[in-house]
Design a protein around this ligand. Structure first.
Ligand SMILES: Nc1ncnc2c1ncn2[C@@H]1O[C@H](COP(=O)(O)OP(=O)(O)O)[C@@H](O)[C@H]1O
Ligand SMILES: [Mg+2]
Length: 321
C-alpha cells in the first residue's frame, strides 16, 4: 500500500528548567493510505508530542522540531512555512483530542463551530449550504436531533456528544489524515466503544488514513492495521497489528500486552503492567532506555539499540531479539 505520511528520524525537544529534553528522539514511522496506525505506550512516552509535531501545534515557545522529516504530499511538514501549514491543518490533516473542550469554544454554538471549518476551507460554499452540511455532519456522527443541537452551546451537551461534535469538526475539512489522540479515554466504556466504532466507520466511508493514539493496547486490537509501540520518546516495536499481538518481540511490548484482561481470565483482573516507571527524559539510563525495567536485559544493553527490521514490516529496537 502507498504511504501517505512518512516520518523519518524525527526529534522534537522542549526547553525545561534543567535544559532541553528530547520528548521525541529519532522516531521513524509510516502511515499507509487508507490504513489505521496505532501509537501505543504508557503515559509520557511521546505519543502526543509526535502528533503535535505532525500538526505543528507544539506548545510555544518551548517546544520545537530539532531535526528529521515529516513527508506528506511531497512536502516536509517539519520545515514547512507556517502560512503553508495553515492550509494543511484542519483541511488535509485534522486532529481530535482527549478533552473536547480543548478544541471547542465554550462561547460559540456547536453548529457555528462546525460551520466555521467549512467557511475557513471552502470559501465557495453558500451560507445555506454550510448550514445544511453542518447539520448533515452532526447527524452522520450520530447526534440525535441535530437541528436542535446545532443551536446549542458545548456545555449543554454530554461529554460523549461533545466528542462527536469534535469528530464532526475534524471531518468537515474532509481530511486525508485524521489524528485521534486518546479520543475515548475520558468517556465511559459503552460510549468509548460507540466512538471507536464511529471513527472506524467514518474512516472506511471517507477513505481516510488515521493515526490512533492510546495507552490502552485493548483499543489497538479493535481499531488498527499497524501498531507502533513507543517508549521514552523512541519506537520500541512496529508491526502489523496481528503480528504484534501474535509475536510480540520487544520485552516492553510483551509487558504492555500482558496487561490486557483476557476473556479466559474469569475474574478479569488486570495483570500488573511492567514494574517501575518510564524514566524522566532528563535522567535516562545510559544505553537502552527500557534497561532498568527489562526482564531480559543483558550486557549489550549498555549501548542504545537501533531499530532493526527483523521480518518484513516488523521492526524492533532490542538486542535480545
Ligand atoms: N509542554 C511541555 N513542556 C515540557 N515538556 C513536555 C511538554 N509536553 C510534553 N513534554 C515532555 O514530553 C514527554 C512526552 O509527552 P507526551 O507526548 O504528551 O506523552 P504521551 O505519550 O502521554 O502523549 C513528557 O513526558 C514530557 O517530559
Ligand atoms: Mg498524550
Amino acid at each position: 500500500m502507498k504511504e501517505i505520511l512518512k516520518i523519518d528520524a524525527l526529534k522534537t525537544s522542549f526547553k525545561t528548567e534543567t535544559g532541553r529534553i528530547n520528548a521525541v528522539d529519532g522516531v521513524s514511522l509510516s502511515l499507509k493510505k487508507g490504513a489505521v496506525l496505532g501509537l501505543v505506550g504508557e503515559s509520557g512516552c511521546g505519543k502526543s508530542v509526535t502528533a503535535l509535531s505532525i500538526m505543528r501545534l507544539l506548545p510555544q515557545p518551548f517546544g520545537r522540531i530539532e531535526s528529521g522529516s515529516i513527508l506528506f504530499d511531497g512536502k516536509d511538514l517539519a520545515t514547512l512555512p507556517s502560512s503553508e501549514m495553515f492550509k494543511i491543518r484542519g483541511r488535509r490533516i485534522a486532529m481530535i483530542f482527549q478533552e473536547p473542550m480543548t478544541a471547542l469554544n465554550p462561547v460559540h454554538r456547536v453548529g457555528n463551530q462546525i460551520a466555521e471549518v467549512f467557511r475557513l476551507h471552502f470559501n465557495e460554499m453558500s451560507k445555506k449550504e454550510i448550514k445544511n452540511k453542518s447539520i448533515e455532519l452532526l447527524e452522520k456522527v450520530g447526534i440525535p436531533a441535530p437541528e436542535k443541537r446545532f443551536r446549542e452551546y458545548p456545555h449543554q451537551i454530554s461529554g460523549g456528544m461533545r466528542q462527536r461534535v469534535m469528530i464532526a469538526m475534524a471531518l468537515a475539512g474532509k481530511p486525508d489524515i485524521l489524528i485521534a489522540d486518546e479520543p475515548t479515554t475520558a468517556l465511559d466504556v459503552t460510549i468509548q466503544a460507540q466512538i471507536l466504532r464511529l471513527i472506524k466507520e467514518l474512516q472506511h466511508e471517507y477513505g481516510m488514513s488515521v493515526i490512533f493514539i492510546t495507552h490502552d493496547p485493548g483499543v489497538i486490537a479493535m481499531t488498527c492495521d499497524d501498531v507502533a509501540v513507543m517508549y521514552a520518546g523512541r519506537i520500541a516495536e512496529n508491526a502489523p497489528v496481528d503480528k504484534l499481538f501474535s509475536e510480540p518481540r520487544h520485552p516492553y511490548t510483551k509487558g504492555i500486552l500482558s496487561s490486557i484482561p483476557r476473556l479466559s481470565n474469569k475474574r478479569k483482573t488486570r495483570l500488573p503492567i511492567i514494574e517501575g516507571m518510564v524514566p524522566p527524559l532528563d535522567n535516562l539510563p545510559k544505553g537502552c532506555r527500557f534497561r532498568n525495567r527489562c526482564p531480559d536485559a543483558e550486557d549489550a544493553c549498555i549501548e542504545e539499540p537501533d531499530v532493526r527490521e527483523i521480518a518484513e514490516n516488523h521492526r524492533v529496537s532490542c538486542f535480545a531479539v
